[in-house]
Design a protein around this ligand. Structure first.
Ligand SMILES: Nc1ncnc2c1ncn2[C@@H]1O[C@H](COP(=O)(O)OP(=O)(O)OP(=O)(O)O)[C@@H](O)[C@H]1O
Length: 877
């Protein structure tokens, strides 16, 4: 058979080509048949080129991309391209770049355009216009040097976990489909047989084909890495092989070529080979119809009879290899563990699949449904042999501080150990962003030896995300919990429901209802996913939620939770976290050795105080990452130029090269050079005033983002009998506005009690403002601060230095408790406040704080505003 594959360099060429279908087969078996050069060629290549920045002749392919490991014969009619390839062939690097032509032409020039991702092709032989190439590695074009040559970058596969259950499952599925493809294609089976006997095939692909066709008498099983060890094969090669032999549309094959994530690549290949199986079935069907219609003569009839017998035999053997058999086999070892109602549905679906398959109907939907149903981890749990000491060790290993949080978690674990009860309350970790909620949940999973799965429920507005789509709708899919079980492969993972306070609201598709069902131990043992349409047992799942603000969680949901608060870190804690955790992790992730960088404590402190003042440490982590990325670049640059240095040192003979490198590669990050790495400080001090002027008092605020200080400012506008009034600004919410009006009344009464002759409030129009007017503020806890600010203005007396206060005030002057005391105290410390006034009712909260937070603060607890008056104004300067 003549070789019908032509290549056209993208200047101009005439291509004579056949369908990509034939091409793929031909190309594959070229590697086995016309392949004396294939087998011998790798040995003839004297030097493997340095793949990065390699400049190659670009050859454009029309009928399909070149998959690494496959051979492609081409007809090159452009003399310039041919000459260039000849030159390369006889040189040290006999390589070209093979790139698939796009369907669209260049919009401006109208010239053909190639895909930027292609293949490094080794030129095996050139005879006349026929060039035979074999794909070696993936490349991306980085620059077009001239119409014939391009500069390229070597594309490497992303690292992957060979033992990942999902990848493994996909790999086995591809293998099973490929067996089907190879078996039902006589041409391939014959060829593979013939050439395995000839024993000329060195190609791993050939060995794989033989293995799949079971022509090798070696004892190979599908289990584990057997196939890899036996024939030196890996997941990526399997994905490539499947794509290379499929008759799929060339752009689909190009997608496989471009995919560097191995799991995704296997998935893409799986789709291609599945389609191939379907196409083969249709071809077999048409062939049998054709045979029936032509079996006329006696001879023919005889033949036909024998053929029918053969067909029957074949269909008999096909029966043994029904699609459902794969599923039956896969559940065989766990049949006992699969609930009866699920087994019943499986059997029904197997029968349905068999019927469809026999009728050549479309089996896709049933196949994917069964694929999902049979791959769920029925009865499979990770062992929960919990060792409390080990759990404690893990929590300490991963997180600094958080003593009370860890203690609460250990208590929770202890109860599980004693009762062995998988049910119980659900932990909700609540606190500002970046305080470690997610990572604590991960540690808990590690401590309990459970798989971890994060389900982001923030913004979720449709219950079908959790409960699955009804299978009848187009594009329907299972809910997140089913996806979770499939992914983790156990029935008892730890599932983190992230940002549960930001759950979307929708009356029609109530996601909250679905979550309640999920979290309720009464109901989740029989959780119904609409897509799966059978109930699954989620009672062994351990749910942990996170929230920034528990006030936003609905009552029924909150009722099921045990809230553990993470308040935020003090400067001291942040220093420890930065030094002992963040710096170490970031440095390791950036590939930098500990001895190469020294970040001083002063630099870390400056980062904490002047760059990232939030309650958590996420921003701090980002800044540290910024520093290390910059250092990484410097190091790599140094290494690149060190070659030149070596040459210079050799010629000058001064000092040792190692000494010079050592000096050059050590980085010291200090306060003095910090700005070079992270830019100018973002924060000024939160303190606007050294000594607050008349009418200004510092208050303390708290949001779900942490605590902060805020000033209440009042000023006099105009005076006139009976003109007394208050104008309010500062983006205040209704509660805070009411609080300001109330403060005006209370201040006026106090003034009247203290000095009846003072008519300041009666006759003065005043303005109260809370700075940072762009930030919305609300809540009643600035009441006492507002009264003090107004009285300060009325008496023309500033309040004592370094004072901050917080507390709601009633109309009669009683002080009510506030929330977020820890955050407020930390914010006060950041602003160098020395004296704080808190409501008496919060005394216990303050006493429970760690010493490091309380240290050096002069704190007063008050019941009545009168006490605040004395503290704020009863001073001697
Ligand atoms: N106490 C700690 N010790 C060590 N590392 C910590 C500590 N707290 C937080 N981190 C680190 O800070 C980073 C941010 O933490 P994480 O993502 O868990 O925050 P979060 O509270 O879940 O934030 P969000 O609410 O935004 O999701 C992580 O790298 C985490 O390991």
């Amino acid at each position: 058979m003549p070789i019908n594959f032509l290549l056209k360099a993208w200047s101009q060429q005439t291509l004579r080509n056949r369908s990509s279908h034939e091409f793929a087969r031909r190309a594959f078996f070229s590697s086995l048949t016309d392949s004396k050069p294939t087998v011998s060629c790798p040995a003839t290549v004297s030097s493997k080129p340095c793949l990065d920045g390699l400049t190659v002749i670009s050859v454009s392919l029309q009928d399909g991309p070149l998959i690494p490991g496959f051979i492609k014969p081409l007809w090159v009619t452009n003399p310039k391209v041919l000459a260039a390839l000849q030159e390369r062939k006889s040189g040290e690097t006999p390589y070209a770049g093979a790139f698939l032509l796009k369907d669209d032409k260049h919009p401006l020039t109208g010239s053909p355009v190639i895909h930027r991702v292609g293949t490094l092709a080794q030129i095996l032989s050139i005879q006349g216009e026929q060039v035979i190439i074999i794909g070696r590695e993936r490349l991306r074009i980085t620059e077009t040097v001239n119409p014939l040559t391009v500069k390229t970058h070597h594309l490497k596969d992303k690292p992957y976990d060979k033992d990942d259950e999902v990848i493994k499952a996909t790999y086995f599925e591809v293998i099973s489909m490929l067996r089907d493809v190879l078996k039902k294609t006589p041409h391939w089976s014959e060829q593979a047989q013939k050439y395995s006997q000839d024993n000329v095939g060195e190609s791993n692909y050939l060995k794989l084909a033989e293995f799949l066709l079971q022509k090798r008498r070696r004892k190979l099983t599908y289990s584990g890495a057997g196939i890899f060890e036996a024939i030196d094969f890996n997941y990526q090669k399997l994905a490539d092989f499947g794509a290379g032999i499929s008759d799929a549309n060339k752009h689909k094959i190009q997608e496989v070529l471009e995919e560097l994530d191995i799991h995704k690549r296997l998935d893409l290949t799986l789709q291609l080979v599945k389609n191939q199986v379907e196409i083969n079935k249709i071809q077999v069907f048409h062939a049998s119809v054709f045979q029936e219609s032509t079996a006329e003569t006696d001879e023919d009839k005889k033949e036909s009879t024998s053929k029918t017998n053969e067909d029957e035999k074949e269909s008999g053997s096909a029966k043994k290899n029904k699609l459902s058999d794969t599923f039956r086999k896969s559940i065989e070892p766990i049949t006992e563990k699969i609930p009866k109602h699920v087994l019943k549905v499986m059997e029904e679906q197997f029968a349905k699949l068999d019927r469809k398959e026999a009728d050549y109907g479309c089996t896709d939907n049933i196949y994917s449904y069964l694929d999902l149903l049979t791959s769920l981890p029925w009865g499979k749990c990770s062992d929960e042999d919990i060792d409390i000491l080990r759990a404690e060790e893990i929590l300490d290993e991963d997180h600094y501080g958080l003593a009370d949080v860890k203690e609460r978690i250990l208590e929770f674990i202890a109860v599980r150990i004693l009762t062995g009860n998988p049910e119980g309350k659900i932990i909700c970790l609540s606190g500002p962003p970046g305080v470690g909620k997610t990572s604590i949940a991960r540690s808990v999973a590690r401590a309990l030896d459970r798989k971890f799965f994060r389900l982001a429920v923030g913004g979720l507005s449709d219950s079908s995300e959790i409960k699955g789509d009804r299978a009848v709708s187009v594009g329907s899919k299972p809910g997140k919990m089913v996806q979770c079980l499939k992914q983790v492969g156990t029935e008892n993972p730890l599932v983190l429901l992230d940002e549960i306070d930001k759950l979307g609201k929708c009356n029609k598709y109530d996601p909250e209802g679905a979550l309640l069902e999920l979290l309720d131990p009464e109901q989740n043992a029989h959780f119904l996913d609409h897509f799966l349409d059978v109930t699954i047992d989620l009672s062994k799942v351990l749910f942990v939620c996170t929230a920034n603000d528990t006030d936003m969680i609905s009552g029924p949901l909150l009722d099921r939770m045990e809230v553990i608060k993470l308040a935020g870190y003090t400067t001291d804690e942040k220093m420890h976290i930065a030094r002992d955790y963040l710096v170490k992790t970031v440095q390791r992730k950036c590939g930098i050795k500990p001895e190469q960088v020294d970040v001083s404590d002063a630099a870390l402190l400056s980062l904490i105080e002047n760059y990232c003042r939030e309650a958590g440490v996420r921003n701090l982590q980002k800044q540290i990452e910024k520093i290390f990325r910059k250092i990484a670049l410097k190091l790599v640059r140094q290494q690149a130029s060190s070659k030149t240095d070596v040459a210079d040192f050799k010629s000058s003979g001064e000092g040792s090269i190692e000494q010079s490198r050592e000096l050059a590669e050590n980085f010291m990050i200090d306060e003095s050079n910090l700005a070079d790495y992270v830019g100018k400080p973002v924060f000024r001090g939160e303190k606007i005033y050294e000594q607050t002027p008349v009418g200004v008092v510092m208050g303390l605020a708290w949001t779900s983002m942490g605590g902060s200080t805020l000033y209440i400012e009042t000023t006099f506008v105009e005076e006139g009998e009976g003109k007394g009034g208050l104008h309010i600004t500062g983006h205040l919410g209704s509660v805070m506005k009411e609080s300001a009006e109330l403060a005006h009344t209370v201040a006026r009464r106090i003034m009247f009690d203290k000095d009846p002759k003072n008519l300041f409030f009666a006759n003065s129009k005043l303005h109260l403002h809370v700075p940072e007017g762009a930030t919305p503020k609300d809540g009643p806890s600035a009441g006492c601060t507002m009264i003090t600010s107004l009285l300060s203005l009325a008496m023309k007396k500033p309040v004592r230095k370094d004072l901050a206060m917080t507390g709601e005030v009633t109309l009669t002057g009683r002080i009510l408790p506030i929330g977020g005391l820890k955050e407020k105290t930390m914010a006060a410390r950041r602003s160098q406040v020395k004296v704080i006034i808190f409501p008496e009712a919060n005394r216990r909260d303050f006493e429970d704080l760690e010493e490091s937070i309380k240290e050096g603060l002069d704190v007063h607890f008050v019941d009545e505003y009168e006490q605040i008056f004395k503290l704020a104004f009863g001073y001697d300067h």
